[in-house]
Design a protein around this ligand. Structure first.
Ligand code: NAD
Length: 513
């Protein structure tokens, strides 16, 4: 990896000598077991991180709850200034952080840079938002009364994130939480702990330069057990969790059990509908990038292509031909299109999915397989595969986090394709390729796609930060990032002020003493 400048990148991110993993801003301590982070790119050990113990966790929570008491008093536009400085530091470290994301997670360097760009974009968005945390004013039914609502800071926001967006998801949450006056405690995925440390180093520098309490940004490390401390903790009013539906169901119940708020961003099973009026060239680019980008490990990856029977063979041939062009290899080498899966466990799941689709009656039309030999020593590189399948297959109903694309056929009207697209448990991203206005509008109507994201003539993956991001059904219903997603990070208060000498009651109720 050194030929791609990894050593310099690690140094720039303060990761030259890693042995600690719990942080309240600049103070690092940790007494737990060690997680070793191996790169799926070349199988090399990148670094070691100590996990957080329960005692460490208590120290973090104390620091966070203390920091909240002062941070909430800072005017929101001044908090925006902190986020602006954070965005500036990210611009300076974009290349180094993008490289680390690529090396520790396995996505292409371009996608690693894209992830850091998303962080910069959400910072810019949050800076503007810091002057727009609007509430409404309403007319009171009582004379001489004023009524309005305002948004107050919420407290400690617990962030649990997945391996596949090891830095961006944290910033989607933190940028908004910080301008809202909240403080954050982050548990990154145990599969990408160094990305967590790199991000914490960057924000800690900003906090220090501004003489702000460290506890505004805390980091804890470990597996689900460390996450469970937060989901059970009444000091954490909001838990924002990104990951599998399996995890989300456990987290949702734990947080609801204490009547806390949860923001859930869970699994997808995303489809592109290809109608007879589709532009085939655009369809191929959108579908192939959607299916093989990040080696099929995006929550918005294209899993299913629902193609009209009249153009089925044409689209199929074009996609199969495009798969023939794919170069699989080191994601830091920009000539490659597809990098590795996160680990060998993910490779096993990929193999099982391919076996299962055949066992259920599917037909493999682009062969998969695990690559070995020079450049593939990590054992995590697989060939993107395509199978013709049926929407009712159990494996098609399931999110396999790997580059396996299912081709499904529909006949008749676009409604039939919409039924197939909606006929899964998840509801994250969806797309239609068509130049037919009626079809496009039907897809976007109330009787159309049931997903949180519905695109026309764009693939399923690659959202912008300006819109609210998230999905319905088993995707969990949460919304992050743009639009009014900031509201979940604040508490709403309705205020009524009486400036008369009388005390009229609402609804005209009489009560005289
Ligand atoms: P995962 O569910 O295995 O782990 C995600 C995080 O949850 C990790 O930090 C893990 O330690 C933690 N966790 C697991 N069980 C927990 C528990 N009981 N209590 C508290 N924390 C717990 O997911 P993964 O393999 O890292 O990521 C892949 C999944 O994430 C896919 O399903 C993908 O679709 C989903 N994802 C969704 C979005 C979205 O925005 N909707 C974005 C990225 C990834």
């Amino acid at each position: 990896a050194n030929q791609f400048g990894m050593t310099e990148a690690l140094q720039q991110l303060g990761l030259a000598a890693i042995n600690e993993g719990t942080s309240t801003g600049n103070s690092w301590f940790s007494n737990g077991e060690i997680i070793e982070s191996y790169s799926p790119v070349d199988g090399q050990l990148i670094g070691k991180v100590k996990t957080t113990t329960k005692e460490d966790y208590e120290k973090v929570m104390k620091s966070a709850t203390e920091a909240f008491k002062t941070f909430r008093l800072m005017p929101a536009p001044q908090r925006g200034e902190i986020v602006r400085q954070f965005g500036q530091k990210l611009r300076e470290k974009k290349e180094a952080l993008g490289k680390l994301v690529s090396y520790e997670m396995g996505k292409s360097f371009q996608e690693g840079l894209g992830e850091v760009q998303e962080m910069i974009d959400i910072c810019d968005f949050a800076v503007g938002l810091s002057r727009q945390l609007h509430g409404l004013t309403m007319h009171s039914e009582r004379p001489g009364h004023r009524m309005y609502e305002q948004y107050h800071s919420l407290g400690v926001v617990g962030i649990i994130s997945a391996f596949n967006f090891p830095v961006a998801v944290w910033s989607w949450n933190t940028a908004l939480a910080w301008i809202a006056g909240d403080v954050c405690v982050w548990k990154p995925s145990e599969k990408t702990p160094l990305c967590g440390i790199a991000c914490q180093n960057i924000i800690a520098e900003v906090l220090k330069e501004n003489n702000l309490p460290e506890g505004i940004s805390c980091l804890i490390n470990g597996d689900y057990k460390v996450g469970e401390w937060m989901t059970a903790d009444v000091r954490v009013p909001l838990v924002s969790a990104t990951g599998s539906t399996r995890m989300g169901k456990i987290v949702a119940q734990a947080v609801a059990g204490r009547l806390g708020k949860s923001l859930l961003e869970l699994g997808g099973n995303n489809a592109i509908i290809v109608t007879p009026d589709a532009d085939i060239k655009m369809t191929v680019i959108g579908a192939v990038f959607g299916a093989v980008g990040t080696a099929g490990q995006r929550c918005t990856s294209t899993r299913r292509l629902i193609i009209h029977e009249s153009i089925y063979d044409k689209v199929k041939d074009a996609i199969v031909a495009a798969y023939g062009q794919l170069k699989i290899g080191n994601p830091l080498d920009q000539n490659n299109h597809v990098g590795p899966l996160i680990d060998t466990h993910a490779v096993e799941m990929y193999n099982k999915a391919l076996e299962k689709v055949v066992a259920e009656g599917g037909k493999i039309i682009v062969e998969g397989g695990v690559l070995s030999g020079e450049g593939y020593e990590s054992g995590c590189y697989v060939k993107p595969a395509i199978a013709e399948a049926d929407n009712s297959f159990e494996i098609v109903q399931h999110e396999t986090f790997a580059p396996v694309l299912y081709l499904l056929k529909y006949s008749g009207e676009v409604e039939n394709a919409i039924d197939l697209q909606n006929g899964v448990a998840q509801g994250l991203s969806s797309a239609i390729m068509t130049n037919n206005l009626r079809e496009a509008e039907r897809f976007l109507s109330v009787a159309g796609s049931d997903c949180g994201i519905a695109n026309v003539n764009i693939g399923t993956s690659g959202a912008e930060i300006g819109g609210a991001f998230g999905g319905e059904k088993e995707t969990g219903g949460g919304r992050e990032s743009g639009s009014d997603a900031w509201k979940v990070y604040m508490r709403r208060q309705t205020n009524t002020i009486n400036y008369t000498t009388k005390l009229p009651l609402a609804q005209g109720i009489k009560f005289d003493l």
